[in-house]
Design a protein around this ligand. Structure first.
Ligand code: FES
Length: 109
């Protein structure tokens, strides 16, 4: 199916464990790719909006990720900042899985 998105292949879908997160670096940027217990995939910026920490080093529970540095939490489906010290949402990106590979629209605003 044709669409106008800038899909970029990020990784094999199996690289992301269930209820886990994986880091993907591309063009000088870092993305966090999440997989839920029912195999839904999501992507966000990998750098916390509070200070400098990789979200992909954090702890995933359900649809929440806890930053490894100061324990701020985000809903990785929407990027919503859920508790202090984080108060700025994470940027999110459209994701699709085709033939066992994860694609991200890295230009989404
Ligand atoms: S750097 Fe993420 S909560 Fe502080």
């Amino acid at each position: 199916m044709l669409d106008d998105r800038n899909w970029v292949k990020a990784c094999d879908a199996k690289k992301v464990g269930r209820e886990d997160v994986a880091r993907w670096d591309h063009s000088g940027r870092s993305f966090a790719i999440f997989r839920t217990a029912d195999d839904q995939y999501y992507a966000t910026d990998d750098i916390c909006t509070h200070e400098y920490a990789h979200i992909s080093d954090g702890f995933v529970e359900g649809t929440t990720v806890e930053c490894p540095r100061h324990a701020g939490c985000f809903d990785f489906r929407t990027g919503e900042a859920l508790n202090p010290p984080v108060c700025v949402n994470l940027r999110t990106f459209p994701v699709k899985v085709v033939d066992g590979a994860v694609y991200i629209d890295i230009d989404e605003r």
